[in-house]
Write a protein that binds this ligand. Structure first.
Ligand code: ZN
Ligand code: ZN
Length: 290
């Protein structure tokens, strides 16, 4: 399906695994124009060997289907906010490996949960994240086609990135040469749970202004489009179908048609249940796009 006038690409988080042809068939069935995927098990440190032949076909098939951009999402174990030697070594090794895998899957973006500061202060956690990214400078320079996106978070526990300014500080601490390679992925559910009210046009506009002040709107490259299962400012990361959660249809209408967010690529990460799946959620979004 061709995106509506002025609206950016719209897609979903595609389950790929090793079933490349099935994933492409699903993309076509849903009529999506961008997507996100995991290049390896999101709950493990390991990476399966790259199936170069199948991946070349996969990249080609997605391109022919008009699915672009493609984003890779990090696994859930990476924590660059920690300075505990074991977790830090594993996180950095995994972070480095994500880039060649993202390239193999044809991704232009790699979305990172920056991590948790745990027993350390938030400031120390932020410094750990920036130092971690800087220590992988060689990898970022080796893969110039992949932009690293720091994701906004709900702020569960000691998660870093609840306040837009935390992401702004990380970017400011990143090596100057790498800074143009770092952007932001805005998740609507997380932002709302973190205390930025997206229920009205004025709220959406205020959130955009806060992003601009913290890191600059040019850095926002990708949107995770999710409604929130929990109330405003809950700090709980639980996604809901678009229009059925606490952000609601009016909030999404305001967000989707806001001049800043309208042209950006958006991927859904909503639950798939007997009530609604991706197809139904995409239909709701398309209806809300003016
Ligand atoms: Zn995420
Ligand atoms: Zn989430």
């Amino acid at each position: 399906m061709v995106p509506k006038n002025g609206h950016g690409p719209l897609g979903v988080h595609l389950g790929v695994g090793q079933r490349f042809d099935d994933a492409v068939a699903q993309a076509k069935l849903l009529g999506i124009t961008c997507c996100q995927l995991f290049t390896h098990n999101p709950r493990g440190w390991g990476f399966a060997p790259l199936d170069e032949k199948s991946l070349a076909k996969f990249r080609d098939d997605l391109r022919k289907a008009g699915v672009s951009p493609v984003a890779s999402h990090c696994n859930y174990l990476i924590n660059l906010g920690s300075n505990a030697p074991d977790i830090r070594a594993k996180s950095l090794a995994c972070f480095r490996q994500e880039f060649p895998y993202a390239r193999a899957y044809g991704c232009g973006y790699f979305v990172l949960h920056v991590g948790k500061h745990k027993a350390q202060s938030l400031d120390d956690g932020i410094k750990n994240v920036a130092a971690g990214i800087n220590s992988c400078k060689d990898v970022l320079l080796k893969y110039p086609e992949i932009t690293l996106l720091l994701e906004t978070v709900a702020g569960q526990g000691s998660e870093i990135g609840r306040d837009f300014n935390d992401l702004g500080t990380i970017i400011a601490l990143v090596d100057k040469e790498l800074r143009p390679r770092v952007g932001v992925c805005v998740d609507t559910c997380h932002v709302f749970a973190a205390g930025y009210d997206l229920r009205t046009p004025a709220g959406v506009d205020a959130a955009a202004k806060a992003m601009d002040a913290a890191f600059g709107l040019d850095r926002v490259k990708l949107i995770h489009l999710n409604d929130a299962l929990k109330e405003f400012n809950s700090r709980v990361d639980r996604h809901q179908h678009i229009g059925e959660g606490f952000i609601g249809a009016a909030g999404f209408r305001a967000f989707l048609n806001h001049p800043v967010f309208k042209p950006l690529p958006k991927v859904l990460e909503v639950p798939e249940d007997e009530h609604m799946g991706y197809a139904e959620n995409l239909a709701v979004v398309r209806k809300l796009q003016a």
